[in-house]
Design a protein around this ligand. Structure first.
Ligand SMILES: [Mn+2]
Length: 337
């Protein structure tokens, strides 16, 4: 698998021209949409034909996208743990794979990979912004929606862009990145519409046009943020919050509560739509343990469970019937720590 440098990734992009037919495949979160749009716009600007595909983890399959007609494919923000082996089916194409999650799985050997995971947390949108130079405001939105501001290595990048946009981080989160996140969540059944709406944004001011979607879930988010103080449970030092929203607001509720106090450790749990499983999010980290390990300890020995992600933000899944066992695992782990 050829690992390539930033410069080589840039050369791949520079080589795109009006004879190319490019597929952009991106993750379905803020970082995935924003980075995908930057590569999409880049291809358009180069005169290439381009189409976009939203990849939903554990649901989408590369083979179902019908990519025969494309000669170049760019993937962004889709963790290799899930997608690497699937790329066999497109290994006859010129493929540029860009991501920032810890590298796992085996890539077909001719896939060009640029993964920004050398001990730093650089969201895919920041990389897309730096590679293309396009829509810096959108690159910043993707970076902030993916919690890039929690990492020291992004401070200079974030601050210099906020300065140029003449907006504070708080205002950016409140009036810009959260509006985009809410819009993505509200339209989660219609990712093509989301992509189109976000692609049409030409400046920060345009983000206000998304409020018609974002406001619909704002009330639901506030409701579950307000319930946190009353309904949270302490598992040792960990704040455990089980909540059951109707709309797709888990991520937003998780983000708002965990960002209020970044020194605290949280585990959020919500039932999946099917009612049979519970999804888990761990946020922030102790000195001795990271968020992935915390969920791994909690899901230890539980049937059909999973845990993975980033050191300060991890996700997982358990069967609904195992919720009490999960909580007990966490309690025991923290007692014996
Ligand atoms: Mn992502």
């Amino acid at each position: 698998m050829p690992k390539i440098t930033f410069q080589e990734a840039k050369e791949f992009l520079d080589d795109i021209d009006n004879e190319d037919n490019v597929a952009i495949i991106h993750h379905d979160d803020g970082d995935g949409f924003c980075s995908g749009i930057l590569y999409y716009d880049w291809c358009k600007q180069k005169g290439a034909k381009v189409e976009e595909f939203t990849y939903v983890l554990n649901k989408s399959k590369i083979k179902d996208f019908g990519l025969e007609k494309f000669n170049k494919i760019i993937l962004t923000d889709i963790t290799s743990e899930v997608v690497a082996e699937e790329l066999n089916i497109i290994s006859n194409k010129q493929v540029l794979y860009l991501d920032h999650h810890p590298e796992k799985g085996v890539f077909p050997k001719n896939i060009l990979t640029f993964i920004t995971d050398d001990g730093k947390y650089i969201p895919s949108s920041r990389t897309a912004g730096e590679l293309t130079g396009l829509k810096p405001f959108l690159a910043l939105i993707g970076t902030i929606t993916d919690a890039g501001d929690l990492y020291q290595e992004n401070q200079d990048y974030i601050n210099s862009h906020l300065d140029k946009l003449n907006i504070s981080l708080d205002d950016f989160k409140k009036n810009i990145s959260s509006v985009v996140s809410n819009t993505i969540n509200y339209l989660d059944k219609d990712p093509n519409k989301t992509f189109k709406l976000l692609e049409e944004l030409k400046s920060l001011e345009d983000v206000a046009s998304l409020r018609v979607y974002a406001d619909k879930i704002e009330d639901e988010i506030q409701e579950f943020v307000e319930r946190y103080e009353k309904n949270k449970e302490k598992l040792g030092d960990v704040n455990f919050y089980y909540f059951k929203p109707k709309l797709s607001v888990k991520g937003a509720v998780t983000g708002i509560i965990s960002h209020k106090n970044v020194d605290e450790v949280y585990i959020f749990a919500s039932p999946k739509e099917n009612g049979k499983q519970i999804s888990l999010s761990a946020r922030n980290a102790f000195k001795e343990i990271n968020a992935i390990d915390l969920l791994k300890k909690g899901t230890l020995g539980l049937k059909d469970s999973s845990a993975g992600g980033h050191v300060r933000a991890a996700g997982g899944m358990i069967l609904a019937e195992d919720l009490d066992r999960f909580k007990q695992n966490i309690r025991e782990f923290l007692e014996n720590k």
